[in-house]
Design a protein around this ligand. Structure first.
Ligand code: DNO
Length: 405
């Protein structure tokens, strides 16, 4: 038995079609109703139509990634309870249509963050990179967030200044645009390409976190989870938090889902196994002290979905995405532990034994490089290579575990 081969599909506008996914051997589709504004209810008819389209191709809608969490919920704003009620209704609609796994994240304002979108890979191809000095340069010298410099060491600032002084004004502008808009719009981020002054709006959103420290933010997350878990229990829906990427605070705002301590807090905050985790290996790899094979086992019973990809460190808090199998992470050990968890569930008689895994992001290779048709980080060939590598790994591990049984 292998983990379920899943793929993030961005809906009918995606240049990769459902028919392509069938050819690639995908079993589970990971998608969302991207056009519904954050905070509003997902209508049941639309869920049914999308589900049926996927099922007509012989696949299943295995995960919703994501039902986005509004800034109002994250900051405990005046619309929090209304948005939570809507979220509950969305979960109900999904659950009643048999869609039982929902991914979300609780990162303030900014979702994932990358500073270089065309990082050359050994052997050709280009990928994504998070370079910490470049990020600090963005925060302090380009965005000019008030008091940003207070969050960094003198060495960080010195390195960042060196980076900044080498940038042309156009490079500085596109760095900012990439961080705030390009990497966020297509995943229902807070800021899309439609605003005239994204930096101004971005700073405005950030300022709402001025008085929100780690503990308050944890309380806001607990409030959200506690409100939803009864509905999840009733409908058999797993809610799976995605780790912060990178997994430590940035831009002076709290990030609270980056390491084993945070996951321990999560499980204590609400012990229901419906209060689950999206095990994103690439995100968690951004902290050198995260032991991922250990975490896959330790939190295995609540891992209902995994994003598999690898990274390589380029320095203190900096890394680049290195594809799926090869890199700083011991991917075979991670996959083995997830597959052991799967077997444990089978032995326990649990019904949720499929555990969807998707090849997260991908290096642009071959004719991925000729076109801008794919969302940033989601090229066809690079991900196809990734799922093939991971599939081979799973076949081998499955054989090994069966022999040991
Ligand atoms: C980026 C992704 C994230 C992730 C969401 C989950 O490619 O890893 O956007 O899907 O944070 O809510």
């Amino acid at each position: 038995m292998k983990l379920e081969k899943a793929w993030r599909w961005f809906g009918p506008s995606d240049a990769v079609t459902l028919d392509h996914l069938v050819q690639i051997g995908i079993e589970g589709v990971v998608t969302a109703l991207h056009h519904i504004p954050t905070g509003e209810v997902w209508p049941k008819e639309e869920i049914i139509a999308l589900r049926d389209e996927i099922e007509s191709k012989g696949m299943r809608w295995s995960v919703v990634e994501s039902v986005p969490v509004s800034e109002e919920i994250k900051t405990a704003g005046t619309q929090r309870d209304r948005h939570i009620e809507n979220y509950k209704q969305t979960l109900r609609n999904l659950g009643e249509c048999g869609i039982d796994t929902v991914c979300y994240n609780f990162m303030p304002v900014l979702d994932w963050c990358r500073t270089i979108l065309d990082y050359p890979q050994a052997g050709g191809g280009i990928g994504l990179c998070f370079d910490y000095p470049t990020f600090v340069a963005f925060d302090v010298f380009i965005l000019k967030r008030p008091d940003a410099a207070d969050d960094y060491t003198p060495e960080d600032l010195e390195q960042a200044e060196r980076v900044f002084l080498k940038m042309t004004p156009d490079e500085a502008k596109s760095l900012s645009y990439n961080i705030i808009v390009v990497t966020q719009g297509f995943i229902n981020g807070v800021i899309d390409g439609s605003v005239s002054d994204p930096e101004k709006l971005f700073l405005e959103y950030i300022s709402r976190y001025r008085d929100i420290g780690r503990d308050t933010y944890r309380n806001n997350l607990k409030y959200f989870i506690d409100s939803l878990i009864p509905v999840c229990e009733e409908l058999g829906v797993n809610l799976c938090i995605h780790p912060d990427d990178p997994p430590y605070p940035i831009l002076g705002m709290p990030r609270i889902m980056g390491c084993a301590d945070d996951m321990e807090w999560l499980e204590k905050a609400n012990p229901s196994l419906r209060n689950g985790i999206t095990f994103c290996t690439g995100s968690l790899s951004g902290r050198h002290d995260n032991d991922l094979p250990f975490m896959a086992t330790r939190f295995g019973e609540r891992i209902h979905f995994a994003h598999l990809r690898n990274t390589r460190y380029t320095g203190y808090k900096s890394f680049y995405e290195s594809g799926h199998l090869y890199g700083s992470l011991d991917m075979p050990a991670i996959v083995e532990n997830l597959m052991r968890e799967q077997r444990r569930r089978v032995a326990e008689g649990r019904s949720d034994t499929r555990i969807p895994v998707r090849p997260d992001h991908g290096i642009r290779i071959l004719n991925d490089l000729d076109s801008d048709r794919y969302n940033i980080g989601y090229p066809l060939n690079g991900r196809m290579r990734g799922i093939s590598e991971l599939d081979g790994l799973m076949v081998g591990i499955d054989r090994m575990l069966s022999r040991q049984a």
